[in-house]
Design a protein around this ligand. Structure first.
Ligand code: PLP
Length: 355
């Protein structure tokens, strides 16, 4: 089989998705399946939909367009604020977008009117993590301006925590979001269908206690694909953490000294960490590099030590020299997965759903 490659087990992704969908349904929460870490992969999108997500979410309009070209007709949300320059494409391809700037919502309204469509929006609130969202003090005034815009439907409000500053979702900030939703409903006499509480980092909050808030939607990517929650990166009970595996091929394997010889300056990608002399060791080179993966996000499945990486080489210490052309397996974290999924040099092999 072609190398390097990601082996993607759709059975395990289906299991992870269905497990989360069912557990959250009992708390009145729907799941938007987030495809951004998979470059809008159509096989993964189909799997999430089969496993019961209420719709798909992606941060790039290009990914949403490519899933539309793959004839996926499901409800799709753009979960990053649209670029002003892409507003027309957003109205054309996405059913809903997450927004925090009135100028952009006005542009969406303009194109929705021109295209004779209604575009739905979720208004994002800043609740402490300091990434996207309007300040809560500006909420009512912003809603008032949105409600007069033609061809725009305010479907709900949302927030996103734990992405920039690692602020943990908890009962306090989720109750705050719920309270803000109620304020809008009372003041403008309307009903908000979506209270979207966050991403996979919300799972430790909701899997350990009953939902006493109005949060009724989460947007999940990492937990579905990797089976972990992103706050501590602990495995989530009942989920597979090995649905996706990376395989790379050995192109050199020799006994070499464990310290470099000569005057040491910078390497291709900056400073070289201090080296410890362990005598001669088996050193292998795999044909994959930092344009394909984040080397810090790889774990070799047989405990081999990853030493360094350059654009196209991954260098590891192994017990003994490896056969040239043989393959090695790695587990990936989110950062390594994101890069591997988006690298055109990494093949994607899907194990289809068997049930
Ligand atoms: C990436 C992202 C998500 C999904 O996050 P995961 O940690 O992968 O579950 C949800 N919402 C927004 C706004 C995002 O950018």
């Amino acid at each position: 089989m072609a190398a390097p490659r990601l082996e993607i087990d759709l059975n395990k992704i289906h299991h992870n998705t269905q497990t989360l969908v069912q557990r959250l349904a009992s708390e009145g929460i729907s799941v938007t399946g987030v495809t951004k870490a998979s470059l809008g992969s159509a096989p993964i999108a189909h799997t999430l939909l089969q496993a019961g997500v209420c719709g798909l979410g992606d941060s790039r309009i290009e990914n949403i367009e490519s899933m539309r070209r793959a004839n996926i007709t499901a409800h799709m949300s753009l979960i990053r604020a649209p670029m002003l320059s892409q507003a027309k494409r957003v109205v054309q391809a996405a059913d809903l977008s997450f927004n925090s700037e009135l100028d952009i919502i006005k542009q969406l309204s303009y194109y929705a009117h021109e295209l004779k469509r209604v575009h739905s929006i979720v208004l994002m609130l800043e609740l402490g993590d300091l990434r996207e969202g309007i300040m809560p003090e500006e909420l009512l005034e912003t809603v008032e301006s949105i409600l007069v815009l033609p061809n725009i439907e305010l479907k709900g409000i949302g927030t996103n925590l734990a992405c920039r500053c690692g602020v943990s979702p908890d009962t306090r900030n989720m109750a705050q979001l719920s309270e803000l939703a109620s304020q809008i409903e009372t003041k403008f006499k309307l009903n908000l269908a979506i209270i979207s509480g966050g991403n996979s980092a919300n799972l430790p909050w909701i899997l350990n206690q009953a939902n006493h808030t109005r949060v009724n939607n989460l947007r999940l990517g990492e937990s579905i694909l990797l089976g972990r929650e992103p706050l501590q990166r602990h495995p989530i009970e009942g989920l597979y953490t090995d649905a996706i595996t990376l395989i790379a091929e050995v192109i050199e394997s020799k006994i070499k000294p464990s310290v470099a010889t000569g005057v040491i300056a910078q390497s291709a990608f900056g400073a070289v960490p201090a080296q410890i002399d362990q005598g001669p060791k088996a050193q292998s080179i795999l044909a994959i590099g930092i344009q394909d993966i984040d080397p810090a996000g790889l774990t070799a499945t047989q405990n081999q030590q990853i030493l360094a990486a350059s654009s196209d080489h991954l260098i590891i210490h192994t017990q003994q020299c490896l056969t040239i052309g043989s393959e090695m397996k790695f587990q990936l974290n989110y950062s390594a997965l994101l890069r591997a999924m988006t690298s055109p040099f990494v093949n994607k092999t899907y194990f289809p759903i068997t049930n």
